[in-house]
Ligand binder design. Structure first.
Ligand SMILES: CC(C)(COP(=O)(O)OP(=O)(O)OC[C@H]1O[C@@H](n2cnc3c(N)ncnc32)[C@H](O)[C@@H]1OP(=O)(O)O)[C@@H](O)C(=O)NCCC(=O)NCCS
Length: 337
């Protein structure tokens, strides 16, 4: 049987076929990880709107591969605007029933052309590898991309073992007695906003990035607010815990994201302790505190996923101590144009 002719069309989050575009993502995610609920369509729609709105820290475009009138492949290209302006971030997915017919390669070629038009010289993409042999890895290698970073995914099944959690809390509280723990949901308290922006900036230099050609990101209070609005628009609750010094400075934070449409799953966002405040088990303390907050606010969450570079030994040690266990990996790839 010969494959039906396909074409690639432009579309946006307000267009009818965008629903089908989201379904392609859901089908692709289900094929990779049958036990994980795929990202809800609202996530893609809200991100699409954000990328189309003027004045943000990034913009972007969408394309669909259409065969026999049906959307069977999806491409999103994101262009950072405030920093990393030589990069374009590509997401490509092809419906499992339409793979190995060249559609992924066609979408990639279009993404590459769009990036070039915008003067971008480096493409970046991620591949979720639930198990060895993920199609995305072979596909990226086949197209000459370099694997710059591999992060291990670990999952924590909830509820956390109480003995484990309270032992960790007690030890961390002893070694970090001079800090106050604060928690908030969705919106950083105003007095902590500028400190939070500094922490976010440090995330882009201090967390391991392997060989990924990324530069320090420019963060200020307004960009933090943009980021927070984006999570809310995507239907997520973000629970944050921070450590504050005696003179009121936020020096560490951790975020957990809960998708309100499927609240049995949560994802770890960033965690960072400022360099000068490390070595006091603050990382463990804030992670334990956010788990307590999660149990109180969203007792229905059954699993949390987190991604770490294995070179990040302190973070991996905290996660292992909390009971996180291996669940595949996420690889980041780049291609210089
Ligand atoms: C990766 C993905 C987009 C590929 O889509 P596709 O339409 O099947 O890709 P193509 O048909 O253009 O494949 C091009 C080449 O990649 C390689 N390839 C793709 N899938 C492969 C697989 N499952 N096993 C081995 N090689 C594979 C092959 O060399 C293939 O050429 P060939 O079919 O002539 O041997 C698709 O599998 C997918 O949606 N995966 C989930 C999302 C993802 O990982 N995206 C990648 C981000 S870079």
């Amino acid at each position: 049987m010969t494959a039906p002719a396909s074409r690639i069309v432009e579309l946006g989050p307000g267009d009818d076929p965008f629903t089908s575009w989201c379904r392609v993502w859901a089908a692709a995610q289900r094929a990779d990880r049958p036990d994980d609920p795929p990202r809800p369509a609202q996530e893609h729609v809200a991100l699409g709107r954000e990328l189309a709105a003027p004045g943000g820290s990034r913009d972007g475009v969408h394309r669909a591969a259409v065969a026999d009138g049906a959307v069977v492949g999806a491409l999103r290209v994101i262009f950072p605007l405030k920093d990393n302006t030589s990069l374009a971030v590509l997401d490509v997915a092809v419906h499992p029933a339409h793979r190995r017919r060249g559609l992924g390669s066609d979408l990639l070629a279009v993404g590459r052309a769009l990036a070039t038009e915008r003067g971008r010289t480096v493409l970046i993409a991620e591949v979720d590898e639930a198990a060895p042999g993920a199609p995305g890895r072979t596909f990226a290698e086949r197209h000459g991309w370099a694997c710059d970073l591999t992060e291990t995914r670990r999952d924590l099944v909830l509820p956390v073992d109480e003995d484990r959690l309270s032992a960790l809390e007690a030890e961390a509280a002893r070694t970090s007695a001079g800090y106050r723990i604060v928690t908030w949901r969705d919106r950083t308290p105003d007095p902590l906003l500028e400190d939070r922006a500094l922490l976010e900036r440090r995330m882009t230099t201090d967390a391991p990035h392997g060989d990924l050609p990324v530069e320090e990101e420019e963060w200020d209070g307004e960009r933090i607010r943009e980021h927070e609005r984006s999570h809310v628009a995507r239907g997520r609750a973000v629970l944050s815990t921070g450590a504050v010094t005696g003179d009121g400075r936020l020096v560490a934070f951790t975020d957990l994201q809960v998708s309100l449409g499927q609240p049995e799953r949560a994802h770890q966002g960033g965690t960072l302790v400022l360099r000068e405040h490390r070595g006091r088990r603050l990382g463990a303390r804030i992670k334990a505190a956010v788990l307590r907050d999660l149990a109180a606010r969203f007792p229905e969450v059954r699993r949390i996923s987190t991604y770490n570079s294995e070179s990040n030994t302190p973070m991996v040690a905290v996660n292992e101590a909390l009971g996180f266990r291996l669940a595949g990996q996420l690889s980041s790839w780049s291609l210089r144009l």
